[in-house]
Design a protein around this ligand. Sequence first.
Ligand SMILES: C[S@@+](CC[C@H](N)C(=O)[O-])C[C@H]1O[C@@H](n2cnc3c(N)ncnc32)[C@H](O)[C@@H]1O
Length: 235
Amino acid sequence: MNELVYGLSALGISLNSVQLGQFETYYQELVDYNSRINLTAITEYKDVQIKHFLDSVSLVLAGIKGDEKLLDVGSGAGFPGLPLKILFPAIQLGLLEATQKKARFLSEITVKLGLSGVEIISQRAEDTAQNPLYRQKYSLVTSRAVADMATLAELTLPFCAIGGRVIAPKKGDIEEEMDRAATAVKKMGGRVFKVIKVELPGLEDGRKLVLLEKISNTPALYPRRAGIPAKTPLI
Ligand SMILES: C[S@@+](CC[C@H](N)C(=O)[O-])C[C@H]1O[C@@H](n2cnc3c(N)ncnc32)[C@H](O)[C@@H]1O
């Protein structure tokens, strides 16, 4: 895990032996499962350490506390939620993933990593966000590579408690995307708090973290039915 360890040192983070072992197991299981079920195109040891593990942990640059109640929307093979949980074991983590096969991997890997306080929710975000058990219940919501910001605001902000935040990693020039998302962010009861540049060893390709803050309740009508936020974004 040299690449990860080196990248983390730039963040002032060091891993203990348990965490190092967990990242190693995560890598082995990811690659093993991936040979049967497609989870990711990134499988080289070095690439997984940088593009999945370090990229996930880079969200700490937006300010993550050790005791968050965190929901990762569209978690796929667990990114960025699971690396953050390995780093901060006291986080209460929800991994929301619509695809059953991926959700099954998330259940298995959570057991193999010996993690407690992780809930796997295999549903569409649009449906889960209308369930009172999950609606406006999280201090932090993350979502990587799931949708553009206008759609993502509708899929994430309804889960945030007031005062909670959304962190969305993005790449490249996002000015136009952020402009398009302004209406959706406002309608969901949010505001754009800041955009943070990520510059870490191996991740020098214009990565950014968009930080939204929840400032008022999301109207009951949002999110709309499954598929609508992506098909007809609120622009
Ligand atoms: C490109 S993958 C990214 C996975 C992971 N976040 C990552 O960065 O590696 C997008 C994932 O979001 C899930 N997804 C897309 N729309 C969703 C929705 N409305 N509700 C729940 N999951 C969704 C897909 O099933 C897919 O696994």
